[in-house]
Ligand binder design. Structure first.
Ligand SMILES: Cc1ncc(COP(=O)(O)O)c(C=O)c1O
Length: 412
């Protein structure tokens, strides 16, 4: 897939930093650099950093490494991290991105913003599910108000409906969406995963309508069942039409703000240009910490740790589903989440969840996000997202009991 003609007017004006271009050259053996305005490493505040991981393994950023961890680094990613990231990606997804196909990010949220910045003029369109992750809607809305939405069910995005709506949209003569936004695993807020059949169908739609896919997959490894992880859209893609965002937030530590984009080099180069003009690169120290973790934990060890952590989410999910069945009226519908951290519930259509929470949330002392937050058009008012990641079993049971009582009060 060719990308040049798809970029927004603003992103066509970006130019590479003449100083950033020197960064890789400065590491050439024997090079004497009068180049970048780097502070002298002897002035840095740190001498070493000792890290103890919960796995029992320790890692020291020693005297040799500390200067690299404290200094400016290349924009695409720290040289200490990139090989580990490639190894991780191939172990996880069965596809090895080349160095010019990776950009390390401050979380995948940064990638959502960059995609919108790079692709969207104000009259452009984006295809998104209804409901959709509000962080993505927020990132996209800064650039356009035009959303072509498609529904989800227990198997994820209803791709036949997307296809129908794209066909109809094309007949209106309006510009086609610049990209299709998809959260294939543990959909936020739907909690569902895109079936294999629909993954193939989505790719064929992307190809047929000549629209790239933005695959945002932070819950890929947050598996609540023993079933195997489905192949990513990027892995199934044969035409270079998927830009993928990975995140370490749900499997490592969100406060570190670590994620990365992979995809066609033409797009990744634009991600790089964007970062050159905004924050230069992700914190070197944080990248070195992740590099150390990946060096000390083989992918299989990391998978094992993630699976162990998922048991927490799985048992929380089970308690929440059990409580939903016991305490919520039968007229409330939900799918059992198989990945991720969320339960999406649909109340009887006449109940406005936001109004209910405004009126009774404080009285019943129970909180959740009303459905309208996930809508492109102020809809989904009768829906709610419940997160089961951070609560104890006792809190889940009590909270669901209160929710059931609040719904009954609202109905009466
Ligand atoms: C679907 C989805 N995309 C992106 C993000 C942002 O993640 P990160 O912490 O990597 O920026 C989230 C966070 O909750 C999310 O649910």
């Amino acid at each position: 897939m060719e990308f040049r003609h798809r970029f927004s007017d603003r992103s066509q004006m970006m130019t590479p930093s003449p100083i950033r271009k020197l960064v890789p050259l400065m590491r050439e053996p024997g090079m004497i650099s009068f180049g970048g305005g780097y502070p002298n490493a002897s002035t840095f505040a740190f001498s070493t950093v000792d890290i103890a991981f919960k796995s029992g393994i320790t890692y020291t950023i020693d005297h040799q490494l500390i200067d690299l961890a404290c200094q400016y680094g290349p924009t695409d990613g720290h040289p200490f991290l990139l090989p580990g990231l490639q190894k991780w990606h191939v172990a996880k997804d069965g596809w090895m991105p080349q160095r010019n196909q990776i950009q390390v990010l401050n979380g995948s949220q940064e990638g959502l913003h960059i995609m919108a910045y790079l692709f969207l003029n104000h009259d452009d369109w984006v295809a998104v599910s209804e409901p959709a992750y509000p962080g993505a809607l927020g990132a996209f809305r800064a650039f356009t108000k035009n959303f072509l939405s498609f529904p989800i069910d227990g198997d994820g995005s209803i791709t036949t409906e997307l296809e129908r709506r794209l066909t109809k949209h094309r007949s209106t003569g309006l510009p086609m969406p610049k990209f299709i936004y998809e959260v294939p695993s543990g959909h936020n807020p739907g909690g569902v995963r895109l079936s294999l059949e629909r993954r193939h169908h989505l790719l064929s739609i992307s190809h047929r309508f000549d629209i790239p896919i933005l695959e945002d997959d932070p819950y890929q490894l947050v598996q609540l069942e023993e079933s195997t992880v489905l192949p990513t859209l990027q892995r199934l893609d044969t035409k270079g039409q998927v830009i993928r965002l990975d995140s370490f937030s749900k499997i490592f530590a969100p406060g570190l703000r670590l994620g990365y984009a992979t995809g066609p080099s033409e797009v990744i180069q634009m991600f790089n240009l964007y970062k050159q003009g905004t924050n230069l690169h992700v914190s070197s120290m944080i990248q070195v910490i992740l590099a150390g973790f990946l060096e000390k934990h083989e992918p299989d060890d990391f998978f094992r740790l993630i699976r162990a952590n998922c048991r927490i989410y799985r048992s929380n999910r089970d308690v929440m589903i059990d409580s939903a069945r016991r305490f919520l009226p039968e007229s409330v519908h939900f799918n059992v989440p198989v990945e991720g951290m969320f339960l999406w519930i649909e109340l009887p259509i006449e109940i406005d969840a936001e109004l209910m929470l405004d009126r009774f949330g404080m009285e019943y002392k129970v909180l959740m996000v009303p459905g309208s937050a996930f809508s492109t058009c102020g809809g989904l008012k009768h829906c709610m997202r419940l997160s089961f990641s951070m609560v104890t079993h006792a809190e889940i049971t009590e909270g669901m009991k209160r929710l059931g009582a609040m719904i009954q009060k609202m109905k009466s």
